[in-house]
Design a protein around this ligand. Structure first.
Ligand code: SF4
Ligand code: SF4
Length: 180
């Protein structure tokens, strides 16, 4: 039996089913060319994949744009918690500050004492990657200060932080203005 010869003539568009098979059941360019012919449910996995990739890219692009690229390298291993009472201001969850800095999560940063960090560097030696933690916290502190001035952070968050003694003296004035 001879196979049907559906090789397109010069200048003629090649049909999806005439494209070479790259995987069983999948022709070259199939995803882009015949999307219109397929039910949405058959493409949900691709939509999910694009969503995951977009979320991952935002995890990388955001710190780069905000000048805190080192946060990308944090493993979230929490080895830095071993700083314990060597942190002079009693911050115990340094990794939380790093992750908050990566995604610009002001509430998380403030809640974990980021605004009272004095950037002494004691925690840095406990980081398995020796990330520049004081520098990263300083960048996030400045970003948080700007966010306070711009009214981005809810007043309730700021009031709570003040009541719980989570604000260093260099940020008190800006915080008080923000909640006034
Ligand atoms: S740099 Fe900040 S978090 Fe680290 S030990 Fe010093 S005060 Fe604590
Ligand atoms: S030890 Fe370093 S890499 Fe691990 S969570 Fe802390 S900051 Fe991140």
């Amino acid at each position: 039996m001879t196979e049907k010869n559906d090789t397109p003539k010069i200048g003629e568009k090649r049909q999806d089913t005439s494209q070479p098979v790259i995987l069983p059941g999948i022709h070259r360019y199939q995803f882009f060319t015949n999307l219109k012919d397929r039910g949405w449910t058959m493409n949900l996995d691709r939509v999910a994949l694009f969503g995951i990739v977009a979320a991952m890219l935002s995890d990388v692009i955001k710190p780069l744009l905000r000048g805190n690229p080192a946060t990308i390298y944090c493993y979230e291993c929490r080895a830095c918690y071993a700083t314990q009472d060597r942190c002079p201001v009693g911050i115990s969850l340094q990794a939380e500050l790093v992750v908050a800095g990566r995604v610009s999560d002001y509430d998380r940063f403030i809640r974990n004492g980021g605004l009272k960090c004095i950037r002494c560097g004691n925690c840095q030696s406990y980081c398995v990657q020796y990330l520049p933690l004081p520098k990263m916290f300083a960048v996030m502190q400045q970003e948080t200060r700007e966010a306070m001035k711009n009214g981005v952070i809810p007043k309730e968050t700021l009031k709570r932080a003040l009541a719980q003694g989570l604000v260093g003296k260099e940020y008190i004035d800006d915080l008080v203005k923000a909640i006034a």
